[in-house]
Design a protein around this ligand. Sequence first.
Ligand code: MN
Length: 204
Amino acid sequence: MTKKQTALKVYSTRRNFKVSPEPVAPKRVKKGSQKHPIFVIQKHSASHLHYDFRLEIDGVLVSWAVPKGPSLNPAVKRLAMPTEDHPMAYAHFEGTIPEGSYGAGTVMVWDIGTYYSIKEKDGQILTPAECLRRGTLEIFLEGTKLQGAYALIRTKRGWLLIKMKDEYAHGRKNPVTTQTKSALTGRTMTEILRQAQDDSKGDL
Ligand code: MN
């Protein structure tokens, strides 16, 4: 079994797909670096509201939970707690995970797009997979809400998500509080929850 299959095993063992509407993990993942890998940020109203920051690396979505969500201010360091790798299909998952399940609560695709590594070493751009091993990612996001350069840095006290200085940085704007609709469906968290409740009534 490859390392990545082991990683998605964590995803699978935590979930009961008979109960949760979340996507099932594939048996195999396609490793290797993509030319246009995707990123997704999911707003997740679990027991504590947080934003799941996910990067496509080696055929899975490598994930961090960011309690306060991304900032546009380079002076702000956001705590980013590593969580289990998620299957690629999760990037388009919106819905409500039922009470009693792992991660119970509503999930919105808050932002989605592609990204690329801008981390240089000796005149070469390092792949995201190499950056992940080294514990320092520098990436350029091309999303519907977020653009520009971000760093994810492993420190002794955990990972940090930091906006890098560029033309997209801003000292005061906070997209997390001002932009509250899905990048995929335009729905609010309440609308996603209502839809899930209506759908489950239809099943009875
Ligand atoms: Mn989450």
